[in-house]
Design a protein around this ligand. Structure first.
Ligand code: DGT
Ligand code: CA
Ligand code: CA
Ligand code: ZN
Length: 572
């Protein structure tokens, strides 16, 4: 059990106690303990081993007993009893902004409403405003609150969903009744955020697979159990749809459940024009009613008269038409990447030393790696001043003599200051191999101002790359108000490279912007912005953005061999 899993259960207990109308202090005690555990710097199991659980603020006799129980069994009796007693939907309703436990209880007691869907219907049909303590205004605010969580809830970072899904695929694959298990849906298309996890399993025994699957300990709730599909909600809130298919239908099912729906629809109407019906079981010839079971997705595309289309671009944004004309992109691959041009070391706010980073990059098979620590104004990130940067340059020079098989490029992530200027003068910047410029302050400035700051940076001949151009954090922070059309134009005019930041919560620029940038002839660099050597592995997320943006190897400068890269960086 991880700390956050234990914290989750304690929060849930607090929520259910609140719905039940229990004592305020008791509820607060559970919330406080959950909060402390969530923020603990060490693994809670270690504290237990040292018999030091009660040293956590807010953890007394009662709560520590439950933590022991949870660590041992994955859950505790108290939690299970509460879950049996309090309808799940009521706890979910607590997430609606402006709706507290008291009102939820009033609504439940009077109308027996126990889910957000029912609540939304009741609010829309004006049933809530008649209840004690709830007027027209509250009803309206409940409607807005539901809309808000609907827009946000239910979408998860690709990285989160992928690690859960891969773990499940491994366990499913090891079941004796399972021939093969595979990820489908938007997760296979590598969308930046996904609605749920779609899994496809090949087996001759649907029932055995389903039975074993439902025993997975992280399942909180079963929401549908049919003859072809089982849907569950995990403790973390994410939904998993499991479909079991017969071996002969695997490829047709994979194509179908990978989607997108729009891509499928287009393929199906194309098939019909050829006298074929395409569905999740196979391809039916409408003349003689015979069914073909294709051996691969490629065979299906071939049957429809086109080459294989990679999952990442199956969004019906022109890929089928391009395939018919045999003009699909020759998509960039992970193995094309020869280096990373945006990495932080322990000289600023990173964790790894430059040597560790270089050796890790070498292990990944890279030819080069750029060290781009923060610049002096970014105090919270321990940005480097001119003096420290000079010393770093000397160290990089030495390390390059010492380490074979990888080139370390000197660089900086120079701040684009709120006043339009860069954090370093040109005489400093021109000494570096790579200059990455980015915004870390003044996010709330007006559109013209922010756009102007970035364009000004593009105009500086020493700036090679604009990093995380929109500043968004997925699910947490909207982009700052920047006119990306103008930024793209400025990059095109000044020969400035745009970054695809691979950090899973950034993915900035996104797939759509990448495609636009390519259309303007821009070059991009897929960088990790890693702050610890292992995170150089995040590069795959950036490659997926690039593939979704129809990019080819030539559009990405860090696919170039070392000498060509230097030429490209010096060409501005
Ligand atoms: P998501 O989950 O919102 O991130 O997006 P998807 O694409 O994973 O959507 P999901 O999970 O509802 O369905 C998985 C795939 O199943 C979808 O991409 C295509 C296929 N599919 C689902 N419903 C339909 C449908 O009504 N018609 C067709 N043609 N395909 C469907
Ligand atoms: Ca899905
Ligand atoms: Ca689904
Ligand atoms: Zn950075």
């Amino acid at each position: 059990m991880k700390n956050h899993e234990i914290a989750y259960i304690l929060y849930e207990i607090a929520n259910m106690l609140e719905i039940k109308g229990e004592n305020f202090f008791k509820i607060r005690a559970y919330r406080n303990a959950a909060h402390e555990i969530e923020n603990l710097a060490i693994d809670i199991q270690k504290l237990v081993n040292q018999n030091a659980l009660k040293e956590i603020d807010g953890v007394g006799e009662a709560i520590s007993g439950k933590i022991y129980e949870i660590l041992e069994k994955g859950t505790c009796r108290y939690y299970e009893e509460l879950k049996a007693e309090v309808p799940r939907g009521l706890v979910d309703m607590l997430k609606i902004p402006g709706l507290g436990a008291k009102r939820i209880k009033v609504i439940y007691d009077n109308l027996k409403i126990a889910s957000i869907e029912e609540l939304e219907k009741a609010a829309n049909s004006k049933q809530l405003q008649t209840l004690p303590g709830i007027g027209v205004k509250t009803e309206q605010s409940i409607i807005r609150g539901i809309q808000m969580i609907k827009g946000r809830a239910g979408r998860y970072l690709l990285s989160t969903a992928l690690s859960i899904a891969q773990d499940m695929v491994t366990r499913l694959s090891s079941l004796p009744s399972v021939e093969k298990a595979q990820i489908a849906g938007s997760l296979r298309r590598k969308k930046e955020m996904v609605g749920d996890i779609d899994l496809l399993v090949v087996s001759n025994s649907h029932q055995q697979v389903t039975e074993s699957f439902l025993k997975f300990p992280e399942i909180r709730e079963v929401i549908a159990k049919g003859s072809t599909k089982t849907s569950v909600i995990l403790e973390l809130g994410i939904q998993v749809d499991l479909r079991v298919v017969k071996p002969e239908s695997f490829s047709a099912a994979l194509l179908h459940f990978t989607g997108s729906k729009e891509h499928n629809t287009k393929l199906r109407s194309l098939a019909l024009r050829k006298g074929l019906r395409l569905n999740e079981y196979g391809i039916i010839n409408l003349d003689d009613g015979e069914i073909i079971y294709p051996q691969s997705e490629k065979e299906i595309y071939k049957e429809l008269g086109m080459p294989y289309i990679i999952p990442e671009i199956r969004e019906d944004t022109g890929e089928v038409e391009a395939a018919m004309k045999d003009s699909l992109p020759n998509s960039v691959n992970l193995k094309d990447i020869k280096g990373d041009l945006h990495v932080h070391s322990n000289w600023s706010d990173g964790v790894s030393s430059i040597e560790e980073i270089a050796l890790y990059a070498k292990k990944l098979g890279y030819e080069y790696i750029a060290i781009t620590d923060h610049s002096k104004s970014l105090k919270i990130a321990r940005g480097l001043d001119e003096e420290k940067l000079k010393r770093q340059l000397e160290l990089i020079y030495e390390l390059n003599k010492k380490i074979d098989g990888i080139k370390i490029l000197s660089g900086i992530e120079v701040d684009i200051l709120s006043n339009n200027l860069l954090d370093f003068n040109d005489d400093i910047l021109e000494q570096l191999d790579v200059v990455v410029a980015s915004i870390h302050t003044g996010f709330k400035q007006e559109r013209d101002k922010i756009t102007g700051r970035i364009i000004r940076a593009c105009e500086n001949p020493n700036v090679d790359i604009i990093a995380h151009p929109t500043g968004r954090l997925l699910g947490r922070r909207a982009p700052y108000d920047v006119d990306m059309e103008l930024v793209l134009q400025a990059c095109a005019q000044t020969n400035t490279i745009l970054e695809i930041n691979s950090s899973p919560d950034r993915l900035d620029i996104n797939d759509k912007l990448a495609r636009k940038a390519k259309a303007l002839g821009l070059k991009m660099s897929i960088n990790t912005d890693a702050h610890v050597a292992e995170r150089l592995n995040d590069i795959k997320y950036g490659v997926w953005v690039a593939r979704r943006g129809w990019l080819e190897k030539d559009d990405v400068i860090n696919t170039l061999p070392f000498e060509c890269l230097l030429k490209e960086l010096n060409s501005k």
